[in-house]
Design a protein around this ligand. Structure first.
Ligand SMILES: [Cu+2]
Length: 355
């Protein structure tokens, strides 16, 4: 790979020198009156066709990408606000695509249509108020529409209403992992500070705070389905970002402050695992893994496990050397299963009492 890169750099450097020498030569010849470097009708025609060919190439590669990468789309959102987010995204994409397809065509078509011709002179046009008005006002209207729609969606999603009685959960980020803290019976998180981190107190809970006694610290993020969850994010060290693509949620995790985000999960892990989309995706993935396993085993190494779908919360800020593996499993389940899981966890108060 490195060798390839070096070869590419040397080649590019060579081409640059060659082009530079050409420019130098051109400036010399035009000064001396020779015009053998000026494009003639044949050259212009050739370049005109190249312009047309290039726009066809752009369209072809766009269509190819849509088809080739169609499997990489996320399925239906697994949260309540997800569909609003998806419609915003889809409408923006459609508006941009239509504009791009038309303007790209016009740019290339006009370059072809008005290609240079011997003896032709360009028309001098100082300005045209009407035209300028149209091409200024149209983007203003379209963009304002998109921006207002985006702002409306944003405030709708980010509006945190206490009447919803959300389950309060802290998501704590560190290099390189996540810890979650449930607020317990009182649904209020105890105070915490990085200075209190010691031994089993992994997220720095204030042991003197009575609200903290029923807090539950866990290494898996369990969420009851159809109940609003209010996430409070804290970071121990650097900037991280909590990314939950299936729920269309992402929030920066900033050292020294608490950021928050609320959403309601609507599809359990089990339902997502059994959905048509996921069954098909997992089948394709496991086919790739089986083939890779064969190679590994033939090589005397251990084969790969069969993949099973789980939701994950991932870090989406490049925060250091093990950033790529900074993740925590999310389990969305019916309320009863959530309660059963919670009953098996130890409250912070009991944990410090038994140490
Ligand atoms: Cu991170």
């Amino acid at each position: 790979m490195t060798v390839l890169l070096i070869i590419a750099i040397v080649a590019l450097f060579g081409i640059t020198l060659w082009q530079l020498s050409k420019i130098f030569k051109m400036s010399q010849t035009s000064a001396s009156g020779s015009d053998n470097q000026v494009a003639n009708d044949k050259d212009n025609k050739y370049n005109g066709y190249l312009m047309l060919a290039f726009v066809i190439f752009i369209y072809a590669i766009t269509i190819y990408c849509f088809i080739a990468y169609r499997d990489f789309y996320l399925p239906e959102a697994a949260s309540e606000h997800g569909s609003e987010y998806d419609s915003l995204f889809f409408i923006t994409l459609v508006v941009i695509m239509i504009t791009q397809i038309i303007t790209q065509f016009l740019v290339h078509y006009f370059a072809y249509k008005y290609k240079g011709k011997e003896g032709n002179r360009a028309l001098f046009l100082a300005d045209n108020d009407k035209l300028e008005f149209i091409w200024t006002i149209t983007p203003v209207i379209v963009l304002s529409g998109l921006i207002f729609y985006g702002l409306y969606t944003w405030s709708d999603i980010m509006n945190i209403n206490d009447d919803d009685d959300p389950l309060v959960v802290e998501v704590y980020a560190y290099q390189f992992g996540w810890i979650v803290r449930y607020s317990g019976e009182d649904n209020t998180l105890g105070k915490a500070n990085v200075r209190f981190i010691e031994g089993i107190n992994t997220v720095g809970i204030d042991e003197t705070d009575t609200y903290a006694m029923d807090d539950v610290v866990a290494r898996e993020l369990h969420l009851p389905v159809d109940r609003p969850v209010l996430f409070k994010f804290r970071s121990q060290d650097v900037l991280h970002s909590a990314y939950m693509p299936f729920f269309r949620a992402q929030m920066n995790v900033v050292p020294g402050m608490i950021t928050q985000f609320k959403f309601t999960p609507t599809i359990t892990s089990e339902e997502m695992r059994n959905s048509e989309f996921m069954v098909d995706k997992v089948r394709k993935l496991n086919k790739i893994r089986r083939e890779r396993s064969k190679e590994l085993i033939a090589d005397g190494q251990e084969g790969l496990d069969t993949y099973e779908f789980e939701y994950y919360l991932l870090c989406n800020k490049i925060c250091g050397i093990s950033h790529y593996n900074m993740q925590i499993k999310i389990v969305v389940e019916p309320q009863e299963e959530f309660d059963a899981w919670m009953a098996k966890q130890t409250e912070f108060g009991k944990e410090i009492a038994s140490k």
